[in-house]
Design a protein around this ligand. Structure first.
Ligand SMILES: NC(=O)c1ccc[n+]([C@@H]2O[C@H](COP(=O)([O-])OP(=O)(O)OC[C@H]3O[C@@H](n4cnc5c(N)ncnc54)[C@H](O)[C@@H]3O)[C@@H](O)[C@H]2O)c1
Length: 379
């Protein structure tokens, strides 16, 4: 118990989605315990949530600034904060905690403007603080294994990547998706994009993390399809990577029948890799001779660097919460090492603020491409 880190949360109030998932993910490995929060915009709701979570009322704060200042001045203050509020609030909240000297884990998209993101990075760098952006899907054992397969040359040089992340929950013009949909569809809370920020940044990051490819330029067709919506709900992006490889990234929020269908197909000069998040226990590897192998998490075939994140033997299913937990395992190890003076950047195995910035630059290039009439734009 004494070695466990202490963390606080901003967002994740009553009825919120991802804050609860972060709490559960951190609890899986007990790397940190929640001791403080500003879970909602109102103190009443924060206290309601705090009482449910067993947080003492003096550490339930009326706003994030007060929380950052008071936690920084306590001897038993939080070691890191988790920011899980709507996108337009991330910048000010992250800034307040960084300025108070507290490590940050923030959900994606990092902020709504890459200049703000660069500013956060400058503060984190200057103060020597860690910053994780919780792109959940790169925490899967299987996505880490794909990273190892590709960097070991198993499928040769990558030629093209077909990636998609369709969901169907916002297909109905008479249903804005409740609390979660309302702010995503509202430019004043979501920023200049909806679907591309919500899903497209996951796609960009998953492809980058698995393949190591960097986006050189994009040609974007961003559409607002469901009547009444003002922000994009279907995006088709042609991508060219720095090594000359190409790709297509598709995201949608009205694809009926698609729940959370992030899929990545990577075609190289010596083979192909297929990964479907809804079947995240397996990787399909197809070699030049056409022989197709399905490699399951938990088996000896999985590389040691990826396999160390398995908690259960093969066939004892792990999934989305565990992938989030894996991000926190690495982050907590790094925060602990910082506290003990043993930190080395080689320990980092989670998406950093650089990846958050890359996501925003991708979004901004797509917006520019779309606004200029679907032309190629350098990222
Ligand atoms: N990594 C993922 O897979 C993933 C999945 C879903 C959402 N997200 C991201 O997580 C963030 C939150 O999304 P969500 O779906 O949980 O939204 P949500 O609407 O369910 O929850 C947002 C919470 O933040 C609280 N909040 C808003 N402003 C606040 C403030 N100033 N101070 C304190 N609390 C405040 C709200 O009261 C609410 O409890 C978004 O940035 C979203 O893009 C990431």
């Amino acid at each position: 118990m004494s070695n466990r880190l202490r963390y606080g949360m901003v967002g994740g109030g009553p009825g919120a989605f991802i804050g609860d998932a972060h709490r559960k993910a951190i609890n899986i490995d007990n790397t940190a315990h929640l001791v403080a929060g500003c879970f909602s915009r109102t103190l009443e709701k924060t206290k309601e949530q705090g009482a449910l979570l067993g947080i003492s009322s003096d550490r339930c704060y009326a706003n994030y600034s007060e929380m950052a200042q008071k936690e920084a001045s306590r001897e038993d203050g939080i070691d890191f904060v988790v920011v899980v509020t709507p996108n337009n609030t991330h910048y000010e909240i992250c800034k307040a905690f960084l300025e108070a000297g507290i490590h940050v884990a923030c959900d994606k998209p990092l902020v709504t403007d890459s200049r703000q993101a660069e500013e956060l990075k400058a503060i984190a760098d200057e103060k020597g603080l860690l910053f994780m952006v919780t792109y959940t899907y790169v925490g899967h054992v299987t996505s880490k294994y794909i990273r190892d397969l590709i960097s070991n040359g198993e499928i040769g040089t990558i030629r093209t990547v077909m990636a998609e992340y369709p969901q169907g929950w916002l297909y109905n013009e008479n249903d804005d998706g409740g609390k979660q949909g309302a702010w995503r569809c509202d430019p004043s809370q979501s920023g200049k994009v909806n679907c591309l920020g919500d899903l497209g940044t996951h796609v960009e990051n998953a492809v980058a993390a698995m393949t190591g490819l960097k986006v050189k330029r994009v040609l974007a067709k961003m559409d607002v399809v469901v009547p009444g919506r003002v922000l994009d709900d279907n995006d088709q992006i042609l991508v060219e990577y720095e090594n000359g490889a190409t790709g297509i990234n598709w995201t949608s929020q009205f694809a009926i029948g698609c729940d959370n269908s992030l899929r990545v197909r990577i075609y190289g000069s010596k083979g192909t890799i297929l990964w479907f998040q809804e079947r995240c226990e397996e990787v399909t590897l197809i070699r030049e001779d056409g022989i197709s192998q399905v490699i399951r998490r938990g088996n000896g075939a999985i590389s040691q660097a990826a396999g160390k994140y398995s908690r259960l033997p093969a066939g004892h299913t792990e999934g989305w919460l565990e992938s989030m937990a894996n991000l926190y395992d690495s982050f907590a190890e790094c925060v602990s090492a910082m506290k003990q003076g043993t930190f080395d950047s080689g320990l980092i195995d989670y998406p950093t603020i650089e990846e958050g910035i890359a996501g925003l630059k991708y979004v901004e290039a797509c917006l520019e491409s779309n606004e200029k009439g679907n032309v190629w734009v350098e990222v």
